[in-house]
Design a binder for this molecule. Structure first.
Ligand SMILES: C[S@@+](CC[C@H](N)C(=O)[O-])C[C@H]1O[C@@H](n2cnc3c(N)ncnc32)[C@H](O)[C@@H]1O
Length: 361
């Protein structure tokens, strides 16, 4: 009988495609021990058997294994980029179809809610844009739907925005209901070839701080999905430590915005191929104030390439179901303009400097 640890590794590799070098060798054993304690099982083989037959336990293990860290307006510049794109491409063109944005992965909602605030500030109300948000962790999605955050999650937010978009709830901050209403959350897997298969394509996909954790073949599958989900003149925004280029789909993207936003568009026919995107750009300076406690990150240094790994079987189909206004429009009815070329970075406010907790009206 195969060793329980190997069975669990195989299951997690199939579902998440994690790169051991990026996540660290202790993460999965730690997560497994925590779940074994929670389920009262002492034998790894018995626990592996439970995970193999119970989707609920596999989900609980996934919740334990994923790297969940996120915060509002993380890295600032991607949101400044989105603000400029929304204003030039949509606010200035009122007859255009609504702007469609996907946050994948969305963690606890910090990123898609930042996107919602950005679009509102760019003059795009709910009727002119829609935001889908997907994560593989059911626990993170529960947190997102709750909409409650610690001060730590607001370290990228200026005081004006805190006052405008949050209200204090005990020790925490609650994102206001109109912002919450703009985001539709879904359980889903970036490796799933059927992910969001029945919805219109997205004009902007934020896929930040996930590719860094994936083994090369998993990254290739994720890139193929990003390419499939993106509108013809759409833009993919990745994190500063992420890289594209593990697949032909990934290599077909070129940098679309000024340094710092890490926004990529499809290469146009006849356009000179760029240098390999595997050569990651340097990380931008840290955006958090020095006085705040540093969070430990499990991400490896920028530009580090995951070790090649063997091809894994396709992931199990996700249980994703899409409903609501973001999904009931036909892709074929869309009208599209050209891609904007300049990205004003005017919307970024000073980051969290001088932030004090205060009551909101
Ligand atoms: C570090 S957070 C990044 C969140 C956000 N994009 C950001 O940049 O702040 C990584 C998230 O990826 C999610 N995740 C991990 N593997 C995934 C997969 N295969 N499909 C979808 N989400 C995944 C985790 O649950 C976690 O919430």
């Amino acid at each position: 009988m195969p060793d329980g640890r190997h069975v669990l590794d195989a299951i997690l590799n199939e579902r998440l495609g994690l790169d051991q070098a990026s996540i660290g060798s202790g993460l999965v054993p730690r997560a497994t021990r925590a779940r074994m304690r929670a389920t009262g099982l002492v034998e790894p083989a018995a626990y592996a058997e439970l995970v193999a037959r119970s989707e609920a336990e596999l989900q609980a293990l996934i919740d334990e294994v994923v790297v969940p860290e996120s915060w509002f307006f993380r890295d600032v510049l991607p949101f400044a980029f989105l603000h400029g794109l929304a204003r030039e491409g949509w606010t200035a063109r009122p007859a255009r179809e609504p702007l469609r944005v996907l946050s994948l992965p969305c963690a606890g909602g910090e990123e898609p809610f930042s996107i919602a605030v950005t679009l509102d500030e760019a003059g795009l109300g709910p009727g002119r844009s829609c935001i889908d948000a997907v994560d593989v962790s059911a626990r993170r999605l529960e947190h997102a739907r709750l909409g409650l955050y610690s001060l730590n999650a607001l370290r990228g937010v200026g005081p004006d925005r805190v006052a405008r978009w949050f209200r204090i709830r005990g020790e925490n901050f609650e994102i206001l209901q109109p912002v919450r209403d703009r985001v539709q959350f879904h359980l889903g897997n970036v490796l799933d070839a059927a992910l969001l298969a029945d919805v219109p394509k997205y004009d902007v996909i934020f896929c930040r701080n996930l590719l860094i954790y994936l083994a090369r073949d998993a990254r290739a599958r994720a890139e193929a999905n990003l390419e499939r989900l993106l509108a013809p003149d759409g833009v993919v925004v990745i994190g500063h430590a992420d890289t594209l280029g593990a697949s032909a789909a990934g290599r077909a993207f070129v940098l679309a915005a000024a340094r710092g936003a890490f926004a990529y568009r499809r290469r146009k026919p006849g356009e000179i191929p760029p240098p390999p995107l595997e050569l990651a750009l340097p990380a931008p300076p840290p955006s958090r104030p020095a006085a705040w406690p540093r969070q430990r990150s499990r991400a490896s240094p920028a530009g580090r390439r995951p070790a090649p790994s063997r091809r894994r079987p396709a992931p199990r189909p996700s249980r994703l179901r899409i409903r609501g206004p973001c999904s009931n429009r036909r892709w074929s009815t869309r009208t599209r303009g050209g891609t904007a070329k300049r990205w004003p970075a005017a919307s970024a406010r000073p980051v969290a400097r001088g932030l004090r907790r205060r009551s909101t009206p």
